[in-house]
Write a protein of this length. Structure first.
Lengths: 424, 157
């Protein structure tokens, strides 16, 4: 456990350059600076590793990097998405706090592969402790001549800067992030063109998540096949999971893909005494809820979670026991999307408000018998009809909560109170 | 309007972006001037940021009203931003927010009578394994209990 991105977590002074180098850090970067590792070889290893975007979409990282027009003249950019804000997710925060050099090295390698000489790490505005740790690490990297122009006479150039957000969930969407980085409202762009062609300041840009970048140095150091073998088919390697909610010891765990959910639950101390499992949101609030029986049979990898009816997403496992009122839980999620919709697309801007208001009405004891069908109809009109995935993310939990716990919603509408006694 | 010190700080951010792209620094510029102005922004400050970064005023206004962390109305000396999202909720954040409101005699969104504290309910702050949690200034406070909240409030000046 905790062998790659979180491997320094129990060490003294985990975020320091000395600790990182002790663990074999910057070995790959030095190889690159000595001209011993070609971009083609790196892409090949990444493809073999099976590394998929850890931010939620799960797009193969090696393939993404290969889309960049590396030989095109002009400035190109590498951007790290550290705008971690998916409810239930907090492992990128720990990577930035405890292993910031892995992100720096991963980004520098990406810059070299894609011929991008400038990188930005977009850190959410509230993450001040992670920001300071990252800044300290950046200073160490510059002071020891690991970054900059013509690094150690290698002709390799890479400058890296951090950027701070100011509180907007939508900026985790890559094109909204680019808008924000340019100093605008974070409203997603139409795709195509994709950022690999028209990205930051209109230049070719590749955006990856913090955990994705942090995984790269270790993969290249130990080989793509080594990483792939840690996981299962279609889900190579390990992944960080945040386990939160009704468990004894909520925490982050970096474990092999394909680990049974029941084992992960045990790692988090299991359920509290006398409680039974009700449902699990496996990949952050934007992924559909899975009822207990199915969850106990799934393994933590892309395919198994999909088969169970949800998505691995950002690896944010929200555990709900029998004290959870599903009406209240869904209302809280609906409020979140209503609050965070950027307002650009009508189905999302209006639909998230409708869903929240209808759920609020049910919670206030004013629900009507037709409300559940109204909710399902609104969510159906959002899905697939917006520029970015926030609309789908807002809609999918509604469908899954009502499908799996319909009787609880019907009870609330009929009696004006929750079926779950301790949580009215 | 913007102090020399704040300008120096803003310049550090401007230097991170390519020439002519100083508007990339607008978010930090607003954060910096907000801090200097007791935690909130007004039209004069937004105008000053627009002038300093050579941006249209409306663009600064858009940013200042889009992002959650800018306060376009006065706030208490300390802003307690309490997460009420799912992971924190499952571990009792609602009860703690009510406790805080009662203890301070404020509702979320309001400023305490002595001007020392305002309380905001906010969405996920990305520290879910430590929920219930809140943010005051740059600091996160995790695994909150009533007792811990009492201690934190006692420490606020």
């Amino acid at each position: 456990m905790n062998n790659i991105c979180l491997k320094s977590i129990d060490k003294d002074n985990p975020s320091s350059l000395a600790t990182y180098e002790e663990m074999g850090g910057y070995k790959v970067w030095h190889k690159i600076l000595h001209g011993e590792l070609s971009p083609e070889k790196i892409l090949e290893e990444l493809k073999i590793s099976g590394l998929r975007g850890r931010g939620g979409a799960g797009f193969p990282t090696g393939l993404k990097w290969s889309f960049m027009p590396r030989n095109q003249e002009g400035q190109k950019y590498v951007v790290c998405n550290s705008d971690e804000g998916e409810p239930g997710t907090c492992h990128d925060r720990d990577i930035l706090r405890f292993n910031p050099h892995s992100v720096i090295e991963g980004m520098a390698i990406a810059g070299y592969v894609m011929n991008a000489t400038v990188g930005y790490n977009y850190i959410r505005g509230e993450f001040m402790e992670p920001y300071y740790r990252f800044e300290e690490a950046l200073k160490e990297a510059y002071d020891t001549g690991l970054l900059g122009t013509n690094i150690n006479g290698s002709k390799v150039c890479f400058d890296l800067y951090s950027h701070l957000g100011a509180g907007a969930y939508i900026c985790g969407e890559e094109t909204a992030l680019l808008e924000s980085l340019e100093g605008k409202k974070g409203q997603p762009r139409f795709k195509p063109p994709f950022p690999a062609n028209v990205g930051l300041y209109g230049k070719p840009t590749t955006i990856n998540n913090t955990e994705s970048f942090a995984s790269v140095p270790e993969i290249l150091s130990r080989g793509g096949q080594w990483f792939a073998d840690l996981g299962v088919v279609n889900s190579g390697g390990t992944k960080c999971f945040s386990v939160t909610g009704n468990v004894k010891n909520p925490a982050n765990f970096e474990i092999p893909m394909g680990t049974p959910f029941s084992d992960l639950l045990k790692l988090a101390g299991g359920l509290r005494k006398g409680r039974t499992l009700k449902g699990v949101i496996p990949g952050g609030s934007s992924t559909p809820l899975i009822p207990a029986a199915k969850a106990m049979k799934m393994t933590m990898d892309y395919d198994s979670i999909e088969k169970a009816g949800s998505m691995l997403g950002a690896g944010s496992v929200i555990v709900m026991d029998d004290t959870t009122c599903m009406v209240k839980a869904l209302t809280r999620l609906a409020h979140f999307y209503y609050d965070e919709s950027c307002g650009q697309c009508t189905p999302c801007r209006e639909g998230t408000g409708w869903m929240y208001r209808v759920l609020k009405r049910i919670m206030d004891g004013q629900g009507k018998s037709e409300d559940l069908n109204l909710l399902l109809s609104v969510q159906d009109k959002i899905i697939g009809n917006t520029i970015c995935a926030l609309g789908d993310a807002a809609a999918m939990p509604v469908e899954s909560f009502i499908t799996h716990f319909r009787e609880e919603f019907e009870y609330y509408i009929k009696h004006g109170k929750s079926m779950v006694e301790s949580d009215g | 309007m913007i102090s020399d010190e704040a300008k120096k700080e803003i310049d550090i951010w401007v230097a991170k972006y390519p020439e002519g792209r100083q508007s990339s620094a607008v978010m930090q510029a607003l954060t910096i001037v907000q801090k200097e102005n007791g935690g909130s922004l007004n039209n004069e400050l937004k105008q000053a940021v627009a002038d300093y970064l050579e941006m249209p005023t409306i663009s600064v206004q858009e940013v200042a009203t889009f992002y959650e962390n800018y306060n376009n109305k006065p706030v208490g000396k300390n802003v307690i931003r309490f997460c009420h999202n799912i992971s924190c909720m499952l571990n009792g954040s609602d009860e703690l927010i009510s406790y805080l409101e009662e203890k301070l005699d404020v509702k979320t969104g309001e400023i305490s009578k002595d001007g020392l504290v305002s309380v905001k309910r906010v969405e996920c702050l990305g520290a879910c394994v430590g929920g219930p949690m809140c943010q005051i200034g740059d600091q996160y406070y995790e695994n909150l209990t009533k007792k811990r909240i009492d201690e934190i409030l006692d420490g606020l000046k």
